[in-house]
Design a protein around this ligand. Structure first.
Ligand SMILES: CC(C)(COP(=O)(O)OP(=O)(O)OC[C@H]1O[C@@H](n2cnc3c(N)ncnc32)[C@H](O)[C@@H]1OP(=O)(O)O)[C@@H](O)C(=O)NCCC(=O)NCCS
Length: 182
């Protein structure tokens, strides 16, 4: 795994065995609209129309510029194809950094969310001044909860996000073998 080396929007910021990741910019608008066109993908996500996706992209650009990390586009390393989005997101309301994942349905069941998410949890805990990285997940989203658990994350609290109940999973910097803060 390589670490983020630069901040320019079209630059590769992280590479894992099967994924190449680039900062999410407005250039990904059509890919995101297409990703969200699948109701299986959006079942537990905040609904977004094209204007909402554009706002998110602009926020991601701003986050990369101001904080040096943010959401990313995930590409298959061999084909270059867009397979989803991931990366880190700072939430001022919680004063926490969250790792995110959403894959095109044809990319499910291959361990790619765990691969991408794990790389950002490791990067965040290594480079950011935070005690832990979160993942905010609807309790019914069992596939996403399983990703968090595979990454050694445990439920920190129940909360609300975008008006919905979520479980806030966390992976601490120094974690004891039972998964709690070390
Ligand atoms: C949540 C989401 C990313 C999970 O995707 P996923 O494919 O189940 O998760 P992973 O990529 O980690 O893959 C794990 C699966 O791949 C399998 N797998 C196959 N090859 C593998 C490999 N080489 N390495 C690891 N796992 C592999 C695992 O056994 C596991 O299968 P299982 O679910 O039958 O146990 C996906 O369902 C999604 O994008 N949902 C819509 C968006 C969403 O809800 N995002 C989360 C918001 S909180």
């Amino acid at each position: 795994m390589s670490v983020p080396s630069g901040r320019s929007p079209d630059e590769v910021v992280l590479v894992t065995p099967r994924l190449v990741m680039r900062p999410l910019t407005r250039d990904y608008l059509a890919d995101l609209v297409d990703l969200y066109a699948d109701p299986g993908v959006t079942r537990f996500l905040k609904p977004l129309d094209e204007a909402g996706h554009l706002r998110r992209c602009l926020e991601a650009e701003e986050m990369w510029a101001s904080r040096g990390y943010g959401r990313v586009a995930l590409h298959n390393v061999a084909s270059g194809r867009f397979v989803g989005r991931g990366g880190l997101q700072y939430w001022p309301r919680f004063e926490e950094v969250e790792v995110t994942w959403a894959l095109r349905r044809d990319a499910w069941g291959q361990g790619l969310a765990t691969e991408a998410g794990g790389s950002w949890v490791r990067w965040g805990l290594e480079h950011l001044d935070v005690p832990y990285i979160t993942a905010m997940i609807a309790p019914e989203n069992t596939g996403s909860c399983a990703v968090a658990e595979r990454l050694g994350m445990a439920v920190l609290r129940a909360d609300t996000q975008h008006g919905r109940e979520v479980l806030v999973y966390a992976r601490f910097r120094a974690q004891s073998p039972d998964g709690g803060p070390g």
